[in-house]
Write a protein that binds this ligand. Structure first.
Ligand SMILES: [Zn+2]
Length: 120
């Protein structure tokens, strides 16, 4: 059930977790062997519970300023963590430096940097 205050909220929010629901659903489907039913509401980056339809994973659609700032910070932290992992693997001289895992880590870090830039 939605609270009254939510009906007057004109903003599109960002979800509090960095991973988007499409990726989450795909990962759960792979793990469970069937498509899960996800909740109809989510916690936003500005710490409110809102219907999924009032959120977006596209930076250009997020109009809540608190969400833009919180999501930008979350994407930067995620990029830094992935880059630290990448640097650690490179420092260790692991043969994984040219592996698919290494390339995926780099690509995901760049995606988070791009999302942070679009939110800023
Ligand atoms: Zn918000």
């Amino acid at each position: 059930m939605l609270e009254d205050e939510q009906f007057g909220d004109p903003h599109v929010h960002a979800q509090s977790i960095v991973t988007d629901r499409g990726q989450l659903r795909a990962a759960l489907t792979r793990a469970l062997g069937r498509a899960p039913t996800l909740p109809a509401t989510v916690v936003t980056a500005c710490r409110q519970r809102r219907p999924v339809a009032m959120t977006s994973v596209l930076p250009e659609r997020v109009t809540c300023l608190a969400c833009r700032e919180a999501a930008r910070e979350a994407h930067l932290r995620a990029a830094e963590a992935l880059e630290a992992l990448e640097a650690l693997e490179a420092l260790q001289g692991l043969p994984t430096a040219n592996s698919e895992h290494f390339r995926q880590t780099r690509r995901r870090a760049l995606e988070h940097r791009d999302l942070a830039r679009r939110l800023g």
